[in-house]
Design a protein around this ligand. Structure first.
Ligand code: ADP
Ligand code: MG
Length: 321
């Protein structure tokens, strides 16, 4: 099988269907030197890219189905955190060998999420080499309406969607050979695209939690020039974490990555929106603390006692002591 047959297979197997008359804006897709895309009038283009390397971002024996799903999910999560509407994707695939069965499963995983969000694959690159997947997601947002990491103000509520810590715990359990927890890996992250769009005009700052709550909240407080206090007892608990010893639980919730939930700050006069979003979007939203004018992030337990967690999320190239 040659490169071009693989590309054609990917194109065929990732194609999504749109409702009649839907304007997906692809003037020229896969097959030429570059794609030509029409951004809707009065919208700005939003672009995000993320690379997944075998052995770094997923265990070597991960199913191609999960890799295909995840490479789109992580990028849609970034677009969601900006309040953007996703529409197109570009895929750079480095494969050790031309394996149609691998590509079939990969495409199936990718397509399942692409169809859900109406995302068309419009180009990419296919090379031979160690397994690596890099995907670029493109979408749009009304000018000036994007959600950013800056903009949080003292007094704003700190809110997180869904539950956190579950993905890191599942990975640890898998590494430890506990096959009984494998089922949690089937709980694929759901990029919170609808939530991101609903937050526009309300949230003062937003980020997706890919590297862990503390690490990503750290970006928000730095970009916003403020501090934050986390009430540990308010952190949402993933079902799989039930019954864990207290400090272990907090550490998963505070530093575990890969959950792809949204963390946002909400001025208190918009608090009533939370109930509305919970109901209309059928999503858990937990107020986990507050933005303040202190320095950095402080965590307190239910007695108001400070807690200092170990580690603070995933960072590449970090040298460990
Ligand atoms: P070029 O040599 O001009 O870069 P390629 O031969 O790499 O073109 O690719 C041919 C066409 O197939 C291009 O439109 C490119 O965007 C697309 N393409 C290549 N690899 C992929 C892929 N993995 N996924 C989607 N489209 C791809
Ligand atoms: Mg090329």
């Amino acid at each position: 099988m040659k490169e071009f047959e693989l590309i054609r297979q990917i194109q065929r197997e990732t194609a999504v269907s749109y409702p009649d008359g839907f304007e997906h804006g692809v003037k020229l897709g896969i097959g030429d030197d570059a794609a030509v895309l029409e951004v809707p009038p009065d919208q700005h283009l939003v672009a995000a890219t993320d690379t997944l390397n075998a052995g770094v971002h997923f265990p070597l024996d991960t199913s191609p189905l999960d890799i295909g799903y995840k490479c789109l999910a992580v990028n849609l999560s970034d677009l969601a955190a900006m309040g953007a509407t996703p529409r197109w994707a570009l895929l750079s695939l480095s494969l050790p060998k031309a394996d149609p069965e691998w590509v079939h499963l990969f495409s199936k995983g990718l397509r399942s999420l692409a169809q859900l969000h109406g995302v068309t694959l419009v180009g990419g690159d296919t090379t031979s080499g160690p397994l690596s997947v890099s995907l670029t997601a493109l979408g749009f947002v009304e000018p000036g309406r994007q959600l950013t990491r800056g903009g949080a103000k003292p007094g704003d509520l700190l809110v997180v969607s869904g539950t956190i810590g579950g993905a890191a715990h599942a990975l640890d359990s898998l590494k430890a050979g506990e096959t009984s927890t494998e089922r949690y890996l089937l709980d694929r992250p759901q990029p919170r695209v609808d939530l991101g769009q609903s937050l526009k005009g309300y949230a003062s700052a937003c980020i997706d939690i890919s590297d862990g709550l503390l690490a990503d909240l750290g970006h928000v407080v730095k970009a916003s020039g403020c501090g934050a206090k986390i009430q540990l007892q308010n952190l949402p608990i993933a079902e799989s974490l039930d019954g864990l010893e207290q400090k272990k639980l907090w550490n998963y919730q505070l530093t575990g990555g890969d959950d792809y939930e949204l963390l946002f700050t909400l001025p208190p006069h918009h608090e009533a929106c939370l109930a509305h979003w919970r109901e209309t979007l059928e999503i858990g939203l937990s107020v986990i603390g507050e933005i303040d004018d202190g320095a950095g992030i402080r965590c307190v337990d239910n007695h108001g006692e400070p807690y200092h967690p170990e580690g603070a999320g995933f960072e590449h190239f970090r040298t460990r002591p």
